[in-house]
Design a binder for this molecule. Structure first.
Ligand SMILES: Cc1cc2nc3c(=O)[nH]c(=O)nc-3n(C[C@H](O)[C@H](O)[C@H](O)COP(=O)(O)OP(=O)(O)OC[C@H]3O[C@@H](n4cnc5c(N)ncnc54)[C@H](O)[C@@H]3O)c2cc1C
Length: 451
């Protein structure tokens, strides 16, 4: 068995084993799972990643890539192994020919800061810009532009990676395509992403953001489907919010560019929808301000301390024919009652045909709904946390029995059988890619996949 002493002998001071650093690497945004590594390595180059993986592989030492550290359930931890802290590789840019090469440890807010002065933006961004480039690309990345452009990962033109076998490769749809497709939305199983070249699109100067409210879920879902299919807005999301003591209201957030002298034509954009007209909200924002909208929430939650509380979050992708049933059932479940006080519930449409990464699992049907009950647990109450994770599990099982699939950035324990079911007919190909590129099975064990 390799010990901390062996690792120190091989990597010297590059391997950080200070207790406070190990404790930090044993945590993530979820604050639910805690496993300590033997050391944290901050690579300065792809060669240092290669050296580590060549050493760790034959010795069976687990290695997890970590960027922003926003995993929910230990996915970025390396129990008794090495956490590869990629924040040391965070170079961004420059923007050339409408594209940008960025190192995997950069955060999305650093990417946007480099592209906006050129009037460009990644075509799809997640709601929160504090996550790492490698972390979002390995999850897939869903956002308000997904119904139009697909996943964040679908915007990647080329990747530089080091495979679990220690091979340093540049891959793209034309060059080592199997590796390229195994890495995007591949949960860090086959390779460590070193850098990615992203497609950019023109960024609007300003946007008009509409919030449309509904008292009836079915009407809201119908309008979500219609707006997604008609592609009326470049950005489309939505939420479920508490209304009064018992009820819920449903919201569509639709955003249109607001460039040039004339404002968007509200009546054309909103024609034929069945929202409550008296509750309509519309505001004009700079595009950068809109893209950074979650920063304010983060500041408030850091100030109240809730940002550091446990986050038993759940993200599900629902098929068209059971979305209404599953949303109603989960919201009616007493185990999710705390959502009314400490939660945020996302509910928005994505189009399956736009999701291109082959290993991104999705339900059948074209207009899918992301349904994400995102809860915060009180600190120092392991029983409450355990009950919330158990409720996630029950909601997942209910949703799965109706054809749903998890978006796997969750606080949700999954068995071997669950993972096989998650990948369905793509499991043999995914397992084959894993054995080929990470033959010692050392990468990304925190996700709980077993091959
Ligand atoms: C406040 C908040 C809002 C969010 N909003 C959205 C959203 O709108 N849409 C959405 O899709 N997701 C969203 N997420 C989820 C987020 O995208 C994922 O949790 C993502 O994996 C976090 O990346 P990270 O780098 O911050 O996390 P980390 O914990 O550092 O990494 C997560 C995992 O990614 C893999 N990984 C990281 N870096 C690399 C690399 N270089 N190479 C290979 N694999 C790597 C590893 O397997 C690691 O376990 C949100 C999360 C939070 C906390």
């Amino acid at each position: 068995m390799t010990t901390a002493h062996d690792l120190a002998a091989r990597f010297g001071p590059a391997l950080d084993t200070r207790p406070e650093i190990l404790q930090e690497a044993a945590q993530d945004f979820g604050h639910l799972v805690r496993t300590e590594p033997l050391g944290v390595l901050r690579p300065r180059s792809a060669t240092e990643i290669k050296d580590l993986l060549e050493f760790a592989g034959p010795r069976g030492i687990p290695v997890s890539a970590r960027g922003g550290g926003h995993s929910m359930y230990g996915q970025g931890q390396a129990d008794g192994g090495i956490v590869l802290d990629l924040r040391s590789l965070n170079r961004v840019g420059p923007v050339t020919d409408g594209q940008l090469t960025v190192q995997a440890g950069a955060l999305w807010r650093e990417v946007l800061a480099a592209t906006l002065p050129h009037g460009r933006t990644p075509a799809v961004l997640t709601d929160y810009l504090g996550a790492g480039v490698g972390g979002v690309l390995s999850a897939g990345g869903l956002g308000g532009a997904t119904h139009r452009h697909g996943l964040v990962a679908d915007q990647v033109l080329e990747l530089e990676v080091v495979t679990g076998a220690g091979e340093h490769r540049v891959c793209s749809p034309a060059r080592h395509p199997e590796l390229f497709h195994a890495v995007l939305a591949g949960l860090g199983q086959c390779a460590v992403i070193v850098s990615a070249t992203l497609r950019l699109v023109p960024a609007p100067d300003r946007v008009r953001r509409y919030c449309l409210y509904y008292t009836d879920l079915a009407r809201c879902l119908t309008d979500q489907r219609r707006l997604a299919e008609e592609q009326r807005f470049p950005y489309l999301e939505g939420q479920v919010r508490p209304s009064g003591e018992q009820d819920w209201q449903y919201m569509i957030e639709a955003v249109a560019p607001h460039d040039g002298p004339y404002p968007p034509d509200d009546s054309t954009l909103l024609a034929g929808l069945s929202y409550e007209p008296a509750a309509l909200e519309a505001e004009d924002l700079g595009y950068g301000e809109f893209a950074h909208r979650v920063d304010t929430d983060e500041e408030v939650l850091r100030a109240t301390g809730e940002w550091l509380h446990p986050h038993p979050w759940l993200n599900l992708l629902l098929p068209p024919d059971s979305a209404e049933h599953v949303v109603r059932a989960v919201l009616a479940d007493a185990a999710f009652r705390d959502l009314r006080d400490t939660g945020l519930v996302l509910l928005y449409p994505v189009l399956s045909s736009r999701l291109r990464a082959p290993f991104f699992s999705r339900p059948s049907g074209e207009v899918l709904h992301l349904f994400a009950p995102l809860r915060t647990a009180p600190p120092g109450s392991p029983e409450t946390v355990a009950a919330m994770v158990a409720a996630n599990r029950a909601a997942y099982q209910l949703a799965r029995s109706r054809g749903a699939v998890a978006y796997p950035v969750n606080a949700l324990p999954l068995s071997d059988a669950d993972w096989r079911d998650h990948y369905g007919s793509r499991w043999p190909a995914f397992a084959e890619a894993k054995h080929r590129y990470d033959p010692h099975l050392i990468l990304g064990r925190g996700h709980g996949l077993r091959f």
